[in-house]
Design a protein around this ligand. Structure first.
Ligand code: ADP
Ligand code: UDP
Length: 244
C-alpha cells in the first residue's frame, strides 16, 4: 500500500499494553499500533520511560518489516504512519512468545549455567505462554497441543518461519555491524487463517551487541541501568535506516 492509498484513521482504543497502544480503524481488517516511550522489565516490576523510544522503535520495526516483506517473509506490517504509528493487519495473536537464541544470554545463561556470550552451535527456539499474570512460563510442543494454543500445522509453520526469519535477521544485523544475540517473536492469525509475524522487532525485544566493541544496544541498558539508553536506540535506528 502506498502512502497515497492510506485514508485509514484511528477509531477507538482497543488495548493499552506496556509499550504500545492498539487502535481500531475505519477498516475492519486493519489496526494501528502506537509506540509509547514507556519501558518495563522483569515482568513489569521495573518501570520507566526511555525518551523518544516510541518513535525510534516504530522506525526500527517498520524498517525491518518492510525489508522482510520484500524478501517474502509475511508480516502484519502495512505502512508506517507518522512518527509513532504503524498500520498493521489485524490478527488474533497466538498466545505463545517465540524466543530465538543465537548466543547465550539472559535467562538461558541462568537456567543452564552457561557463560553469557557463548555461541550456540545451532539456533535455539523456546516457547513461552504469553500471560503476564503467570510471568510468561516456558512451555513445549506438548503443552501447546494439550491446551490447544496452536495446531501442529501452525507450530510447524511458526518454527520454520522463526528459523528463516532468524537467518535473515542475523545477516541483516551483521550488515549493520550488530550481533543478534536473542529475541522474541509473536505470530497471529488473520481472519482467513493465515499466520503472520506480528508485534514488533526492536531493541525492546532483542539483544543486540555491537560487533566491534561488544557494546549493548538494546533494552538491557535499561534493565541493568547502564545509561545512554536513548543513544543506543538512536544508533540502532540510524543503522537500520542506513542499511542497504
Ligand atoms: P503487552 O501486551 O505485552 O503489554 P505491548 O504493549 O507491546 O505488549 O502491546 C501490544 C499488544 O498488541 C501485544 O499484546 C501484541 O500481542 C498485540 N499485537 C501486536 N500486533 C498485533 C496485531 N497485528 N493484531 C492484534 N494484536 C496485535
Ligand atoms: N523477551 C521479550 N519479552 C519477554 C521475554 C523475553 O521481548 O516477555 C526477549 C528479551 O528481550 C530477550 C529474549 O526475548 O531478547 C530472551 O529473553 P530471556 O528469556 O533471556 O529473558 P530475560 O532475561 O530478558 O527476561
Amino acid at each position: 500500500m502506498s502512502d497515497t492509498d492510506i485514508t485509514v484513521r484511528k477509531t477507538e482504543k482497543l488495548y493499552e499494553g506496556k509499550a504500545k497502544i492498539l487502535y481500531a480503524t475505519n477498516r475492519p481488517d486493519l489496526l494501528i499500533q502506537h509506540f509509547k516511550d514507556d519501558a518495563t522489565a522483569f515482568n513489569g516490576q521495573k518501570k520507566g520511560v526511555i525518551a523518544h523510544k516510541g518513535a525510534l522503535n516504530n522506525a526500527i520495526s517498520s524498517g525491518i518489516f518492510e525489508r522482510m516483506e520484500k524478501e517474502g517473509i509475511h508480516t502484519h506490517f502495512v505502512a508506517r504512519m507518522g512518527e509513532r504509528d504503524m498500520l498493521v493487519r489485524k490478527v488474533a495473536i497466538i498466545p505463545i512468545e517465540v524466543v530465538v537464541r543465537n548466543i547465550v544470554a539472559g535467562s538461558l545463561a541462568k537456567r543452564l549455567g552457561k557463560p553469557t556470550g557463548m555461541n550456540l552451535s545451532t539456533p535455539v527456539l523456546e516457547f513461552y505462554y504469553k500471560d503476564d499474570k503467570l510471568g510468561d512460563p516456558m512451555i513445549n510442543d506438548y503443552h501447546i497441543r494439550a491446551f490447544g494454543l496452536a495446531t501442529d500445522e501452525e507450530m510447524a509453520h511458526i518454527s520454520g518461519e522463526a528459523l528463516r526469519i532468524n537467518q535473515w535477521l542475523i545477516n541483516f544485523f551483521d550488515s549493520v555491524g550488530v550481533q543478534l544475540v536473542d529475541y522474541k517473536l509473536e505470530f497471529g492469525r488473520t481472519e482467513e487463517g493465515t499466520v503472520l509475524l506480528a508485534d514488533e522487532i526492536s531493541p525492546d525485544g532483542c539483544r543486540l551487541w555491537d560487533k566491534q566493541s561488544g557494546e549493548i544496544m538494546d533494552k538491557d541498558r535499561f534493565r541493568q541501568d547502564l545509561g545512554r539508553i536513548t543513544e543506543a536506540y538512536e544508533e540502532m535506528a540510524r543503522r537500520v535506516s542506513g542499511a542497504r
